[in-house]
Structure formats: C-alpha cells, structure tokens
Write a protein that binds this ligand. Structure first.
Ligand SMILES: NC(=O)c1ccc[n+]([C@@H]2O[C@H](COP(=O)([O-])OP(=O)(O)OC[C@H]3O[C@@H](n4cnc5c(N)ncnc54)[C@H](OP(=O)(O)O)[C@@H]3O)[C@@H](O)[C@H]2O)c1
Length: 264
C-alpha cells in the first residue's frame, strides 16, 4: 500500500504546519503528501522544502470541478491508502449577518462545510483501518457567535459532523478528530471584515499553530473525537455542555465589551 496524507489549506497557517509536522514523521511513515490550496507559488515552495514527496494540487475547493480532479487522481492508483486527511481550508468573515452579505456568508458555508464534506467523501473511499481524519473546527463552535454567526455555525457543523462520523467509522478503525483552537497568528485575520467585531472576540487569546498541530496529531493517533488544545478553552468546552447557551453568549458578550472598552 502507498500511504498518503491529504492536506487542504496547505498554502498557509495551520495546513502548512500540518505538512511540516507530517513531513517530519509525526504521523508515521508516508509515501506522499498531497497539498491542496489555490496559490501555486506557495505549493511550489512547500514542495521544495519537503523531504517527503509532495504532490501539489492548485485547486479552488468551492469549485465542483476540483473534486473531479481529486476523484480521478485517487482512482488512478489502487494501492493508495489515505492515511491522513487534514481538512484545514477555511475562512471567517466578521460582522453582522446582513453586513457580511449573501456572498460572504454563502462562501463560508461552501468552503468550511461543503468542501469538507466533499473532501471527506472522496478520501474515505480510499481509507483503511488506522486512517485518520482531522477537521479544523474552532472554539467558535462551542458557543453561538453573534458577530460571526455564520462562521461560528460552520464550525459547529464541523464539530458535530466529526463526532457523528467518528461514531460511524470507529467500528472499522477509522477515527475523526475535530480540533478547536483559539486564535492563531496566521493569514486568517488578514482580511476579517469588521475589525470591531474581531476585537470583541480576541480577548480569548492566541495559540501557536505548531502547538495546536502537535496536539491535534497526537489526539488523532489516540482516536480522540475532540481536541481542545488550550486549558482555558477546555473549561469553556465543559461549561458549554452544562450551562444554557444564552448564558454563555451573555458571558462572552460581557467579556468582549469589557476588553474593548479598556482598549479604547
Ligand atoms: N487562525 C485562527 O485564528 C483560527 C482559529 C480557529 C480555527 N481556525 C481554522 O483553522 C483553519 C485554518 O486556518 P488558518 O489559520 O490556517 O488560516 P489561513 O492562514 O488563512 O489559511 C487558510 C487556507 O485555506 C486555503 N483556502 C482558502 N480558500 C480556499 C479555497 N476556496 N479553495 C482551496 N483552499 C482555500 C488557503 O489557501 P489559498 O488562499 O492558497 O487557496 C489557505 O491555505 C480554518 O478552517 C480556520 O477556520 C483558525
């Protein structure tokens, strides 16, 4: 069997860090890494620095034709075992629902939810016992998110889908892990939309992508359904299961208002 890892969102941030760590052997021996993102120059750079052979796929995952390419490439070699699928491609637009508009809101659903579903489907057909899927959710999945309502809901979708799929696939030895990080300094916040809405949520703090990826890979190897890397968000994860959602939203709003007032 030819063991491969497929990483979406490979050109930047978390996806790129997954490729670094998989290349360094953190996910076991791999014959090839398939790197998917739109920017060819970034994929070329990743290819050049990786000792594991990297196949670059400059694809827009909101374009249906991209899945024809992936399906064809996966069908070409019967010995392929997709050992890892890392669904990291995603983006978030901040602001009120109407302010973000139809295209912005629909775009998040297309990439954060639909693309993840389609990638998962195609990869699963070539997975075997021991294969792993890692889906980038967010702490935004834990509590409803006024001010980033659609983004938060897409991440809740990722969290719930991952948990349900893990239950479905567990009996055949395939596990799905949803990762819920805090903020990370990647390109994610380069063009976020409403900066005020961003400022109201960054009080939760930042994590390093390398720590998040290390924890995520370890959680996935152990077959954990959910990985919340930071200790404070582990507390929020537990509280969100116990307390009413409206209480959690009010608490988050209070903290956001308090920290932004102190900054101005
Ligand atoms: N950074 C954070 O604070 C944070 C916190 C919690 C969760 N997350 C989640 O973590 C994941 C990774 O985010 P990040 O921080 O690494 O953000 P990032 O640095 O902006 O990376 C996003 C990646 O997605 C790719 N991408 C965007 N649109 C695409 C499309 N239409 N088709 C294919 N690829 C596309 C980008 O590549 P191209 O532009 O080259 O296509 C890039 O590689 C996301 O799902 C995000 O929601 C991030």
């Amino acid at each position: 069997m030819r063991n491969i890892a497929i990483v979406t969102g490979a050109s930047s941030g978390v996806g790129r860090e997954f490729i670094r760590q998989l290349n360094a052997g953190a996910g076991g021996p791999l014959d090839e890494i398939w790197a998917i993102a739109r920017r060819q120059d970034r994929l070329d750079a990743i290819k050049a620095e990786s000792k594991t052979p990297v196949r670059d796929f400059a694809l827009d995952l909101t374009d249906q034709a991209s899945y024809d390419v992936i399906e064809k490439e996966l069908a070409e070699d019967e010995t392929i075992n997709v050992q890892w699928l890392i669904n990291s491609a995603g983006f978030g637009k901040y602001g009120d629902f109407t302010q973000i508009g139809e295209r912005g809101n629909a775009g998040m659903v297309r990439l954060n939810c639909l693309a993840l579903v389609q990638m998962t489907y195609h990869a699963l057909l070539r997975m075997h016992e021991g294969s792993r899927i890692v889906n980038l959710a967010s702490v935004a999945a834990l509590v409803p998110q006024p001010g980033i309502s659609v983004y938060g809901a897409t991440k809740r979708f990722v969290l719930d889908l991952s948990m349900a799929l893990d239950e479905e696939l567990g009996p055949v030895g395939i596990h799905v892990t949803a990762v819920c990080p805090k903020y990370m300094r990647t390109e994610f916040l380069d063009r976020p939309g409403d900066q005020h809405a961003v400022d109201k949520t960054t009080f939760i703090g930042f994590e390093e992508p390398r720590d998040v990826v290390r924890e995520a890979l370890a959680a996935a190897v152990r077959g954990r359904q959910v990985c919340v890397p930071s200790w404070d968000m582990k507390v929020v994860y537990v509280l969100a299961k116990i307390l009413p959602a409206r209480f959690m939203v009010a608490g988050e709003r209070f903290m956001g208002d308090w920290t932004t007032e102190r900054l101005t």
